[in-house]
Design a protein around this ligand. Structure first.
Ligand code: ADP
Ligand code: MG
Length: 215
């Protein structure tokens, strides 16, 4: 079963996984109020247990600036929710700070392997998935050093290691992967978790999209 938003956010924070500044809104009006309060460019996302790939259906509206844009975006998402008949499963609008990040996005996932127990998988995330399909896998938990070696073993590792004058962010990202690998200790019934993507900002990596399922 998918963890609800509060359980998910609480367990990520207990494991030490950094989440983007965000607030869950019950409807369009609450989403606009949150956007106004954030007072910076925001991202509005329609979220529902019935919706796995949000951007595929236009449920992620990036770089929403100002009150009028927030009203329009929130209205559009509420309309989309009814077009997609999300009423039964339930839906909300997640309001996030719009973060400035590099184009590199990282995927970190956890699964429960029937033989090995909890495993952590890392690789390219977001839109890079098809371009860089390689992955590294290890048993949970991993240390930051082990996570850094996992990252270095993938094509993504080259991009994170200071490609074309960008700073080397391997250790920062590895810290998040190591934190994520402790999630099974925080949630003993963990079945699966997807952090996709982890984006890299000037101030460090941040998770902007997370799903956690537990028994
Ligand atoms: P989904 O994976 O369900 O399509 P995401 O929440 O991962 O939706 O968003 C899709 C993409 O939008 C991300 O890969 C990222 O590039 C961008 N994005 C999402 N949230 C933010 C944010 N808060 N700030 C900047 N970019 C974002
Ligand atoms: Mg995503």
């Amino acid at each position: 079963m998918l963890l609800n938003y509060d359980e998910m956010a609480k367990s990520l924070s207990a494991a030490g996984v950094p989440l983007v500044k965000e607030r869950l809104a019950a409807d369009a009006a609450e989403a606009v109020a949150a956007a106004d309060e954030f007072g910076v460019p925001v991202v509005l996302k329609l979220v529902s247990p019935a919706l796995v790939h949000k951007s595929d259906v236009g449920a992620v509206l990036l770089d929403v600036r100002g009150h009028d844009a927030a009203v329009e975006a929130a209205g559009r998402l509420a309309e989309l929710a009814s077009e997609l008949s999300l009423g039964v499963a339930g839906w909300q609008i997640l309001v996030q700070e719009m973060v400035e990040s590099t184009t590199i996005e990282v995927f970190a996932g956890l699964k429960r392997d029937p033989v090995f127990g909890p495993i952590v998988v890392v690789g390219a995330g977001g839109r890079l998935v098809e371009l860089l399909p390689d992955r590294a896998i290890a048993g949970c938990p991993v240390t930051t050093d082990e996570a850094a070696n996992m990252l270095r073993s993938t094509a993504l590792g080259k991009a994170l290691g200071g490609y074309r004058g960008q700073r080397d962010v391997i250790d920062e990202v590895a810290g998040v992967v190591a934190a994520a690998s402790r999630l099974p200790e925080v949630i003993p019934g963990l079945v699966e978790a997807d952090l996709n993507p982890i984006v890299i900002t000037e101030h460090g990596p941040l998770v902007v999209d997370a799903r956690v399922a537990a028994e």
